[in-house]
Every structure is written in structure tokens, then in C-alpha cells.
Ligand binder design. Structure first.
Ligand SMILES: Nc1ncnc2c1ncn2[C@@H]1O[C@H](COP(=O)(O)OP(=O)(O)O)[C@@H](O)[C@H]1O
Ligand SMILES: [Mg+2]
Length: 271
């Protein structure tokens, strides 16, 4: 019992520094300059959204922050320590829920908790159930993954990321494949969960309104090569409603900036 209580306590969110990160992809066909001297500071517990058209290096930067890829120049510091590889301090969530279809919902969560040797099996189960409840899926504990809607799958994926109690969440367009109504529900949920669990979040999206709804700050990227162009602080109270007039003002301002920085060939951005 003690171990579970301790495990479920909030851990201090991580402070992130991206310092002069550059990345090239060299293939037989082309040399892609994916990131050019990108610097970014994220405060403990801050919710930062990276926004920009596809191909501007958002996923590459997130992978580098996660320690899944190495930069060619610059470095990533988490609480002042260089990030050299992936770890459970920083959990990553993708557009397609990378769930195991042969495991049920509960076992998907338990899988990530195997890394916690301090917990006994029934304790891991208690932790998993806590997070399923947090995302509103405790009744679907024994459901098969293929029985779930897209929104439910992303909730399971979110619970699975949260279960090891990371200090930072890295989210790569996690809601992009969902319908608008389901997305709206998840905007509410992620804000509530962020408030409750106090994580640092770096959230990638090509959807400007979504970025303005979720971020304390929105960082605008432009492509070829991927660069930070501008930053916007979103001074709206929470929880925020994606359909509010105040939010629309921010999203209009950011969209204008985006178009200003864009080369005409890459204008596929949703407002
Ligand atoms: N593994 C890779 N090999 C070659 N090129 C890549 C690789 N990953 C990404 N790129 C290229 O790097 C650029 C940035 O890609 P990415 O980070 O996926 O952008 P975004 O997530 O903003 O759409 C793109 O031009 C993409 O084609
Ligand atoms: Mg991407």
C-alpha cells in the first residue's frame, strides 16, 4: 500500500533546455537540413506547443529531446543534465497510439510498469487502474484494443505514458487523427490532467488553434531548414475552450505570423 501511495505522488516536473540543436539527414537521394540552430527553454511544469507546417522538423526535435535521436550540433539538457538516451523521465506519445493489439487495456499499461522493480504485481495493477480512471477508462480495463474508438485508444496511450510517472511528456500530434468532437473532449482532459499531475509538456502540432488552446507558449517553426521563428505567450485562463472568441484572436495572430514566415510551396496548415 505504501509503495503505491508513494508511486502515485507527483514528481517534480523537469526543466528543459534545447541549446543550439542542428540536425541533418543524409540519404542517397538528398541532404536534408532538418533543424538549424534551434534553441528553446521550457520551464518546470510549462506546457509548450511547437507549431509549424509538416517537414519543419517538429518530430525530429521531439525525438532528439526524447533521446531517441542524436543532434549533429548542440545539446539537450534536462534539469541541467545532458540527455543521452531515452528514459522513463520523458515519455513520448504519438499520433497513432503505439499500443500492443494482443494485450488488453490493463496489460498495455502494466507493460510500461514492468520497469518499476519496486512494485509488486498487485501494486502495479493499482497504479494502472489509477491512471485508467484519470483518463476515464476504468470500465474498459479488460477491453481489447481493437474494440476501442480512436479517441479511447489515445486515452489508453496517454494513460500508458503517465503510468511510469515521468517528469515530462512529449506529444507528437497526438490528436491529429481524431474527429473534431473527440479532439475537443481530449483538449479538456489533457488540460485537467496537466493541472493535476504537474508535468512539463512539449506538444507538437500543425494545428494553430489547438496550440493556442493548450500552450502557455506557442513556438512557431518554419521549414527548410527547421528554425524557431517566433514565440507567443497565451495569456488566457484555464481551462480553455477551443471555440472561445479570445482564443480565436490568438490563433488568427499566430496564423498570420505563420504565413509571413512560410515559403509559398508549404502552406498546408490548419487554422
Ligand atoms: N529518418 C529520416 N531520414 C531522412 N530524412 C528525414 C528523416 N526524418 C525526417 N526527415 C526529413 O527531415 C525534415 C523534418 O522532418 P520531421 O521532423 O518529420 O518534420 P515534421 O514533424 O515537422 O513534419 C523533413 O524534410 C523530413 O523529410
Ligand atoms: Mg511530424
Amino acid at each position: 500500500m505504501m509503495a503505491v501511495t508513494e508511486e502515485l505522488q507527483n514528481v517534480p516536473p523537469e526543466k528543459l533546455v534545447v541549446a543550439g540543436v542542428s540536425k541533418w539527414f543524409r540519404t542517397s537521394r538528398a541532404d536534408v537540413h532538418a533543424l538549424d540552430n534551434v534553441s528553446l527553454n521550457v520551464r518546470e511544469g510549462e506546457f509548450v506547443c511547437l507549431v509549424g507546417p509538416s517537414g519543419c522538423g517538429k518530430s525530429t526535435l521531439l525525438n532528439i529531446i526524447a533521446g531517441l535521436e542524436q543532434p549533429d550540433a548542440g545539446q539537450i539538457l534536462a534539469d541541467g543534465q545532458p540527455v543521452t538516451g531515452p528514459g522513463r523521465e520523458r515519455m513520448m506519445m504519438f499520433q497513432e497510439s503505439a499500443l500492443f493489439p494482443w494485450l488488453d487495456v490493463l496489460d498495455n499499461l502494466l507493460f510500461g510498469l514492468k520497469l518499476k522493480p519496486n512494485l509488486k504485481r498487485h501494486e502495479r495493477r493499482e497504479v494502472a487502474q489509477f491512471y485508467l480512471k484519470l483518463v476515464g477508462l476504468e470500465k474498459f480495463m479488460h477491453a481489447n484494443i481493437h474494440e476501442l474508438s480512436g479517441g479511447m485508444k489515445q486515452r489508453v496511450a496517454l494513460a500508458r505514458c503517465l503510468a511510469p510517472n515521468p517528469r515530462m511528456l512529449l506529444m507528437d500530434e497526438p490528436f491529429a487523427a481524431l474527429d473534431a468532437l473527440t479532439r475537443e473532449q481530449l483538449y479538456g482532459d489533457i488540460q485537467r490532467i496537466w493541472e493535476k499531475r504537474k508535468k512539463t509538456i512539449v506538444f507538437v502540432t500543425h494545428n494553430v488553434r489547438e496550440a493556442a488552446c493548450l500552450g502557455d507558449r506557442v513556438v512557431l517553426f518554419s521549414p527548410h531548414p527547421g528554425r524557431v521563428q517566433e514565440e507567443f505567450t497565451i495569456g488566457l485562463p484555464r481551462p480553455r475552450d477551443i471555440n472561445s472568441v479570445e482564443l480565436a484572436k490568438y490563433s488568427t495572430e499566430i496564423t498570420r505570423a505563420l504565413k509571413r514566415h512560410l515559403k509559398p510551396e508549404a502552406a498546408e496548415v490548419a487554422e
